[in-house]
Write a new protein. Structure first.
Lengths: 407, 407
């Protein structure tokens, strides 16, 4: 047999995915039948179910309940190699990604989905006094500071017969701030009720400080109003139209006054991952997001996809919301686009499908605006059950589902 | 009514317990019906199920599965106040304990049960290269180093096409070392088998280095022989009669040769908590344990009890073993003694009741010598089921029991 009898074999296309969050992970999974070699790089070894992070901060869930090794999620998908590493540079001309370890990855398709981190609006010095909540480590730090506050008060009472009032200040009343404030109220007023002999945990004050005129700014006004009412029923003091001017150790200065606080938590600003700028393609907006076209590509690079919180994608004149649903849909879409290319088909444009919004406010309270599979604005207990069901369904892996239910 | 008509009320006796491990916690619980005021002090807020710590180090269990807030365990026991603090001094004459926070606790009865920590036999400089495993934080550090070793090898393979052999060295073949070596072998050879594309986790070498001539030194010879055989079946390389001379970064020097190792874990020496010396009562042995009489009191102090790993108590000429059973029985006994005093009854002497010993060696392998409720030497699968049942029964709280079973 001469070599000319052999079938012509082209090398398999190489897909490099940076980031194992909702977007990157779903892109990899949606490519499971594609004839490609995928390398997924993340600087952490776990995929994090970020929407439940606030429950780790209040000790309702353990870190391992909402984090799962990316490697084990993709265990049975033979076309994926998972690497723990960090990107230090892109060369878009030579289609190469440079890693901190020194490794060079070459690609035919590059997916960048490294998400967002918290931003202190130029006041990084506030971070020491008001930690944000984006990673497992953040949540564990906040959890410690919340529970230490009660412990210290009990000890102070034993020693001196009095204790400094407990005040928890949450800054920012988006979904994370609202859920966190509600969970802290539940912790103080319900879960810890019988745990202390000398102090009264239920006397703790929970302040929720927001610059806008309502909580849950991106949600419909009706849900915001309902969330406000439910927060107030839980005893959370919601301060709207209140701008934070300065944060020091146990002290929040606002345009409405100065508030001493035992624990301060930052749930306000969000900035895109610095990889958006590092990429050097497309237009980067002021939050660091890369503007993408209807195929999720930055200008001039059809082989590069920017997904999830790192993408600036507008639909009907509005940027799509930075939620898990958006990231999942974008991940699936990028995979579909690559499959279309491989099959010489036309690329489909991306369309964000809004299934609705929800937030939980303490135990058994929530707000939800469902748009799919049915249209409904829910509040209170029905919304909470909806929230519970959807979040448990989303959690990766059966074992974790069972454990989360038990807790 | 004149004051002389009132019944004479004496102040309630105050019991101060230092340490919320098996001994201290069980002493507090056994005093639940006693007419005393108990203050339990611990420098951590959680009770730790230490016998399962090695499972956290190998990611089989999450930290929260084996740790539970002392405060919530004692929630419904109204005569206990739990304080997070650290002892800095004892005044046995004035029956006062001084705390780091500045608080002074006065007592009628003092129970000191602060356990043991690891000891590097005067070579504390080894700690950096070979962490020990006594706390949740220790276990998390070891877990990270084990899993990072595999991640680094996969990345090295991607970058250079080869990787340094993976070697895990466990020093000390007591129960902890044996259980840890078995669990690491399972992790490498079973759990991670399908997780990597470029390296072969099962090729990892696991060295178990022991100075004595057998594993599980304190156990009967027959069980030691069986444990050795089971370890070897799992692929663990057991090196007996081997003295460690030096430990450096990724290098163990012994009298039998020098062994490079990716991860080194210290499971050898144990020293008592420094509070034994600080107390200034009774005879302190070379490991720092305080010698106690048949009532668990140090010489000259009938109102002070030393319990658990901190106590040096001899029965039939031998020191009782430093295991959870000993601590639990001592805690219950101290409570019984205090109750006897309050009821003007004679104090009962302590007698350690040996229910047997067991150790698990990887998944579905174990050795056990049961003495109660039935006498039996078990090995292999029957021993493993016995181990599983007893450990799950011991775990505090129903929720954790269910979760541990699921995992």
């Amino acid at each position: 047999m001469s070599t000319s009898d052999l079938p012509i074999r082209t090398a398999r296309k190489r897909v490099v995915i940076i980031g194992g969050g909702f977007a990157g992970l779903n892109a990899a999974k949606a490519l499971h039948n594609a004839d490609v070699d995928i390398t997924l790089v993340d600087r952490k070894n776990h995929h994090l179910f970020q929407p439940l992070l606030y429950q780790v901060a209040t000790a309702t869930l353990a870190p391992t309940n909402i984090a799962q090794p990316i490697r084990s999620i993709l265990r049975d998908q033979k076309n994926v190699t998972v690497i723990l590493d960090q990107v230090v540079g892109f060369d878009l001309q030579y289609k190469t990604v440079k890693m901190e370890s020194g490794a060079l990855l070459t690609y035919d398709y590059l997916i960048v989905a490294t998400g967002a981190t918290h931003s202190y609006f130029g006041h990084d010095e506030w971070a020491r006094f008001a930690p944000g909540i984006k990673t497992i480590e953040d949540a564990v730090v906040i959890r410690k500071s919340i529970f230490l506050a009660f412990e210290n008060a009990e000890r102070q009472m034993l020693e001196t017969g009095r204790y400094d009032p407990l005040v928890f200040a949450v800054i920012g009343a988006g979904p994370t701030g609202v859920e966190l404030a509600g969970a802290i109220a539940d912790t103080a007023k319900i879960y810890l009720r019988k745990d202390y002999r000398l102090i009264e945990p239920g006397d703790a004050r929970i302040l929720l400080i927001e610059g806008l005129d309502r909580v849950l700014g991106p949600y419909p006004a009706k849900l915001s109003a309902s969330a406000l009412k439910q927060l107030q029923e839980l005893g959370v003091e919601v301060m709207l139209n209140t701008k934070v001017l300065n944060i020091e150790d146990k002290l929040v200065t606002t345009d409405k006054g100065v508030f001493p606080a035992t624990v301060i938590i930052w749930a306000a600003g969000v900035a895109a991952s610095p990889l958006g700028k590092l990429l050097g393609a497309g237009v980067v907006d002021k939050r660091g997001c890369v503007t993408v076209d209807q195929y999720l590509n930055p200008a001039g690079h059809k082989e590069v996809f920017i997904l999830g919180d790192l993408a600036h994608f507008e639909q009907e004149g509005k940027q799509v919301p930075g939620v898990a649903q958006t990231a999942i849909q974008m991940g699936n879409h990028a995979a579909r686009t690559i499959a279309a290319d491989l099959g010489n088909q036309e690329r489909p444009p991306f369309h964000y499908f809004d299934k609705g919004e929800m937030a939980t406010i303490g135990r058994m309270k929530a707000v939800a605006q469902l748009k799919w599979p049915l249209k409904a604005d829910l509040t209170g207990l029905p919304a909470w059950f909806g929230w519970l069901g959807i979040h448990i369904l989303f959690l990766v892996g059966l074992k974790n589902r069972l454990i989360v239910l038990l807790q």
